[in-house]
Design a protein around this ligand. Structure first.
Ligand SMILES: Cc1ncc(COP(=O)(O)O)c(C=O)c1O
Length: 257
């Protein structure tokens, strides 16, 4: 990973000022560990570039023993980094435009200056609601986490029974799904269009997130479990109509029966 980053920085003219990292990731759902962040911080120090870390999914994780770490947990990270989080996911306040940033004082000061040009602060009731959310009982946060985990499990079970094996995301609100082999040649955009037309299910083509996203689609966990079951049933009949419905598990089952 660092080699790719190193190459990107060396070959960019002018040299990048900042590196943006986002884990748990939208769209790949990848969760970085502290060793990863240590390497990134050392790299940024060496190259004299800032790090902007987007920790919007800090509370949406499914492995209870391993909450996603903060990049600021790396000693010295504050010298080169600022980290953002958001009320949108943790407290279901998407669209309320409220979050906060912590880290390097120089960057925070610069952000304060820019914000002062743009507005005079968020609408007061939204600030008050955010204070209430942050200072109030936090059971809500574990309820939200359990809700997304439930949705993830329903989605993955349904897809697996449709013959589409998708790695379980460790966090975020998404599953990053490799296009089933039978459709791989058509690419993520055509596959997403076909799925929408024939199964009535909307997914985001990986290519929309950049060239490295090709070969994948992003599936959101934004619908309730009932709707997710409905979607996976539709995907199952879509897959079997295209002769792509047999999962590894089905094949093993069939072979042993
Ligand atoms: C990685 C990531 N960061 C930030 C946001 C948005 O946060 P906010 O609603 O605070 O702008 C999203 C929402 O989709 C996201 O996926």
């Amino acid at each position: 990973m660092l080699r790719a980053l190193d190459r990107a920085v060396r070959h960019s003219v002018p040299k990048p000022t900042a590196l943006i990292v986002n884990f748990p990731s939208n769209p790949t759902a990848f969760v970085a560990n502290l060793d990863f962040y240590k390497e990134i911080v050392a790299f940024a120090r060496r190259e004299n570039i800032w790090i902007l870390s987007d920790l919007a999914y800090s509370e949406i994780y499914f492995n209870a023993d391993e909450p996603p770490p903060s990049l600021l947990a790396v000693p010295g990270a504050k010298d080169v980094a600022v980290e953002f989080t958001s009320m949108s996911k943790t407290y279901s306040m998407a669209g309320w435009r409220m979050g906060f940033a912590v880290g390097n004082p120089k960057l925070i000061q610069a952000l304060t200056r820019i914000k002062s040009y743009l507005d005079y602060g968020a609408f007061t009731p939204i600030q008050v609601a955010s204070v209430a959310a942050l200072n109030g009982p936090q059971d809500y946060v574990s309820d939200i986490r359990a809700m997304y985990k439930d949705r993830r499990d329903v989605l993955l079970r349904g897809l697996s029974s449709a013959g589409w094996d998708v790695p379980a995301p460790a966090g975020s609100m998404f599953a990053w799904a490799p296009i089933p082999p039978a459709f791989a040649d058509m690419g993520s955009v055509e596959f997403s269009k076909l799925l929408l037309k024939e199964a009535g299910v909307a997914v985001a083509p990986g290519l929309g997130f950049g060239e490295y996203g090709e070969g994948f689609v992003r599936i959101g966990l934004v619908e309730n479990t009932q709707r997710l079951r409905q979607a996976t049933r539709a995907i199952k009949s879509f897959m079997s109509r295209h002769g792509a419905g047999a999962s590894t598990a089905d094949l093993l089952g069939a072979a042993s029966s």
